[in-house]
Design a protein around this ligand. Structure first.
Ligand code: G
Ligand code: G
Ligand code: MN
Length: 427
């Protein structure tokens, strides 16, 4: 039997990074993993851990929940904010209830948790968890390697599509007046056999570059519309799908969407396409033609991440958008920055004067939701309401959502004085 070159082998080995303040425990975990074919590295505190994470890009990590400088929950939050794609095992001496809520925190934030282990754990239990997140086939391994390096070629995308590795997550949008859920945005994730859940920021640009984005868009649209038709919410909510500027070059997009709506009995007015501001300005001529066709067919069009693209009002007014999403960077800093509040307030009046409905994304607190409502914003989306989640979690969330309670929480005695807010800290 011929052996591949050693460096080839090394690059294909899964990599485990261990975070534990107990040196003995670190060693044990690392040795067990190496026996299982992993390359391993160890960190005794979060600072070392994060610098190693950036440099080495492990495929797997184990995290100790209780450490002297920064607790494991903070580490998990940080991993989520970096959209860490590694498979994660949580290990700790805390009781199982704490471990389980740590797991939920992490999964809700989009991390891929393969399991939790209470110390002392059985060696077999660790081995089993690490094994769970291992790739089943060789070609997937190559894909994983390429994905780590972020060169995702067309054949790899085709294989991932064939194997249904792209999955949909959903994030609700709610009315700032009634609290009712008015729409659901679909966000794609790559459920990678080795890397775990990979966020779109890590692969969309590459797909746009190599021309395979259209394949993904078609799949996302097909899956999202089938889900929407089956969910029975189409009479009161909209479905929003993100499209890339490249998709607007396709002459079949509008017809394809229209046909699917007819087949599934979906009213096109319930389907909204979100296009980033920079995307809309990329190919102004084709964009105008395709967007106009979509509007004529009755679809909603939303300008996404507004405020980051430096478009002029003239350009904006030329394109037939029906709604506008204020970029989360302004919304997230509203409570601390008078500048952001002014920007948000003027975007809202600009949008309204162009007849657009306004959605704020990145609503992370009730305080910012109140400010937005006072400024006349129509719809809110963000972690305060719900993070993106899978279809099952969404169904449960929709059941549990209390629109009246949310609306009541926004109701403050008298209108909020936005000018006065500039002097007030937001709590
Ligand atoms: O959760 P989040 O990481 O999902 O999304 C990051 C970005 O990826 C969003 O700004 C969104 O515009 C983009 N995105 C998410 N899903 C899709 C998709 O299906 N197609 C395209 N083109 N972009 C998407
Ligand atoms: O397509 P768009 O750019 O709107 O995608 C929204 C992105 O913002 C996704 O990556 C989603 O996970 C993320 N997101 C949604 N709500 C919040 C929030 O409240 N705070 C932060 N930081 N990100 C959010
Ligand atoms: Mn979007």
């Amino acid at each position: 039997m011929t052996q591949p070159a050693p460096e080839f082998c090394a690059s294909l080995r899964p990599r485990l990074l261990v975070l534990d303040d107990d040196p003995v425990m670190r060693e044990i975990i690392a040795v067990l993993a190496e026996r299982q074919g992993f390359a391993s590295r160890m960190a005794g505190n979060p600072a070392e851990f994060f610098s190693e994470l950036e440099r080495w890009k492990p495929t797997h990590v184990t995290i100790d929940l209780v450490m002297p400088t920064q607790d494991g929950i903070e580490v998990l939050r940080e991993l989520a904010s970096r959209a860490c794609p590694a498979a994660i095992v949580i290990i700790s001496s805390m009781d199982l209830k704490v471990l389980d809520s740590a797991r939920r925190v992490a999964s809700e934030r989009g991390l891929q948790i393969v399991g939790v282990l209470a110390k002392p754990f059985k060696h077999d239990a660790l081995r089993e968890l690490l094994g769970l997140a291992m790739p089943a086939i060789g070609s997937a391994r190559v894909a994983a390697e390429q994905a780590t390096g972020m060169t995702v070629s067309r054949p790899i995308i085709e294989e991932a599509l064939r194997e249904a590795q792209f999955i949909l997550h959903f994030q609700p949008k709610v009315s700032l007046t009634s609290g009712a859920v008015v729409g659901i945005e679909v966000l794609v994730r790559w459920q990678h056999p080795l890397l775990g859940l990979v966020m779109p920021d890590r692969f969309i640009t590459e797909l746009e570059r190599n021309g395979s984005i259209g394949l993904l868009t078609q799949q996302v649209i097909a899956d999202a519309m089938a889900w929407f038709a089956a969910s029975g919410i189409g009479d009161r909510m909209t479905l929003a799908v993100n499209v890339s500027a490249h998709d607007l070059n396709s002459l079949v997009l509008a017809d394809d969407l229209h046909r699917r709506c007819a087949d599934l009995g979906i009213d096109p007015a319930r389907v909204v396409l979100e296009l980033t501001e920079t995307g809309a300005m990329k190919y102004p001529e084709t964009a105008l033609a395709t967007l106009t066709r979509l509007r004529i067919k009755g679809f909603g069009l939303s300008i996404d991440d507004f405020g980051t693209g430096y478009s002029s009002m003239v350009q904006l007014a030329r394109l037939p958008f029906s709604s506008m999403k204020i970029d989360k960077s302004f919304v997230m800093s509203m409570c601390d920055s008078a500048e952001s509040r002014k920007i948000v307030t003027s975007i809202i009046s600009l949008g309204h004067s162009l007849g657009l409905s306004i959605v704020a994304e990145g609503v992370e607190s009730i305080a910012s939701a109140r400010l937005l409502r006072a400024a006349g914003c129509d719809v809110a989306q963000g972690y305060e309401i719900a993070a993106p989640m899978d279809a099952r979690a969404l169904a449960a969330w929709l059941q549990a959502w209390d629109a009246q309670a949310f609306a009541a929480a926004l109701d403050v005695a008298g209108p909020l004085d936005l000018a006065a807010m500039e002097l007030m800290p937001c709590t």
